[in-house]
Design a protein around this ligand. Structure first.
Ligand SMILES: Nc1ncnc2c1ncn2[C@@H]1O[C@H](COP(=O)(O)OP(=O)(O)OP(=O)(O)O)[C@@H](O)[C@H]1O
Ligand SMILES: [Mg+2]
Length: 348
């Protein structure tokens, strides 16, 4: 090899950074090859409505939700897995990626996930937003495929596997077989809808108004609780009276509040199974269902699937990071996974 070629190859690969991004409705995670997860923050941005400046991004913005001064607005720039506010998403990504050294990011190869079945316009928005933030080559991967790789499913086995990723805004259901997705469905019911269920339930049944953040904390604390009678204290404002109040609530009541949406998710899983080829359906009888995403540890979900669909349920290790771990693996073995990577050169 000529010196110049050698120089070019080595310099370009050395300065090239491989970056994986899981741009989620609830959380955004950034992984850098060789360095691990570098950013893991809520997808929330606090904006000063007077100056339009960004006040906080990530956990600091989420922390003050429901406790903002008049001049501050909290924006969640993604809705149901897709970008709903381009400008704010770009600012947020720029900020997150700015944490990686800028000079290196300029030449980065990025793989970012999108929910299955998003429109071309929505896909293009994701690619453009990352490019505008400074990336060179941007590749896409479907979120459930990344989740499947992340929970350890062998994509290349000629055997069917079923992955269900319960995120904040969408639940992704996908059959993976012989190297890629065979059938996938994206449902707009996920973890954040359960928070709303809890707020509604406590308002209707207990006459107490609670904030979104309190509802989420309550959900996370109760949802994998073994003892249904364990009590939790909640604080909010009493309806009608208007004054602050504290009361106790049992874990079982929270399960009751979220039941309707859990059943909806299970119905969608059932419908998807009904549509798959019989050979793959037969495989699922053996391999069962893999759960990933922030909602994977919901005990009620696992129990109901086992009871109603009579299938074995495996909750992925580090389920909330399954997608980012999957994309990281794809970065490591880029050529092996080329069939599931959506190249930036094709028409979106
Ligand atoms: N231990 C837990 N038990 C139940 N729910 C949880 C737990 N931890 C997180 N969650 C919920 O999981 C959701 C976030 O999960 P995740 O980070 O997978 O979503 P996301 O990838 O940002 O969203 P999406 O994939 O829908 O765009 C939130 O609704 C959060 O409340
Ligand atoms: Mg997700």
């Amino acid at each position: 090899m000529k010196f110049l070629d050698f120089f070019k190859t080595n310099i370009s690969t050395r300065s090239m950074r491989d970056v994986a991004i899981d741009l989620g409705t609830a959380n955004t995670v950034v992984y850098v090859k060789g360095e691990g997860i570098q950013v893991d923050e809520p997808t929330y941005v606090a904006i000063n409505v007077k100056t339009e400046d960004v006040e906080f991004i990530g956990s600091k913005a989420k922390e003050i939700i429901g406790r903002t001064a008049k001049h501050t607005e909290i924006i969640r720039p993604l809705k149901n897995g897709v970008i709903s506010n381009y400008e704010i998403t770009e600012k947020m990504i720029e900020e997150f990626l700015g944490k990686l050294k800028k000079d290196k990011f300029n030449s980065a190869r990025v793989i970012i996930c999108v929910p299955s079945g998003v429109t071309q316009v929505e896909r293009r928005a994701v690619v453009e937003v990352v490019k505008d933030a400074g990336a060179k080559d941007v590749y896409l991967i479907e979120e459930p495929v990344a989740a499947a790789i992340g929970v350890g499913i062998d994509l290349f086995e000629p055997k069917g596997h079923l992955i269900v990723d319960i995120g904040g805004g969408t639940t992704e259901i996908a059959f993976i077989v012989s190297g890629g997705p065979a059938l996938s469905r994206s449902v707009k019911v996920a973890g954040d809808h359960l928070n709303d269920d809890i707020v509604e339930y406590i308002k209707d049944e207990r006459n107490l108004l609670i904030g979104e953040k309190t509802a989420e904390e309550l959900k996370i604390n109760t949802i994998s609780q073994d003892d249904p009678n364990k009590e939790y204290e909640i604080r909010g404002r009493e309806l009608g009276v208007g004054l602050p109040k504290s009361m106790k609530i049992k874990a079982s009541e929270i399960e009751g509040a979220i039941e309707r949406h859990i059943d909806m998710i299970i119905d969608e899983v059932r419908i998807t199974i009904e549509e798959i080829e019989p050979e793959v359906a037969a495989d699922i009888y053996e391999t069962g269902i893999y759960l990933s995403g922030g909602g994977a540890t919901i005990r009620l979900l696992k129990e109901r699937i086992e009871e109603e669909l009579k299938l074995k349920v495996t909750v992925g290790d580090d389920a909330i990071h399954a997608v980012i771990n999957g994309i990281a693996k794809v970065l490591d073995d880029f050529d092996d996974y080329k069939n599931v990577i959506i190249s930036p050169t094709i028409e979106y």
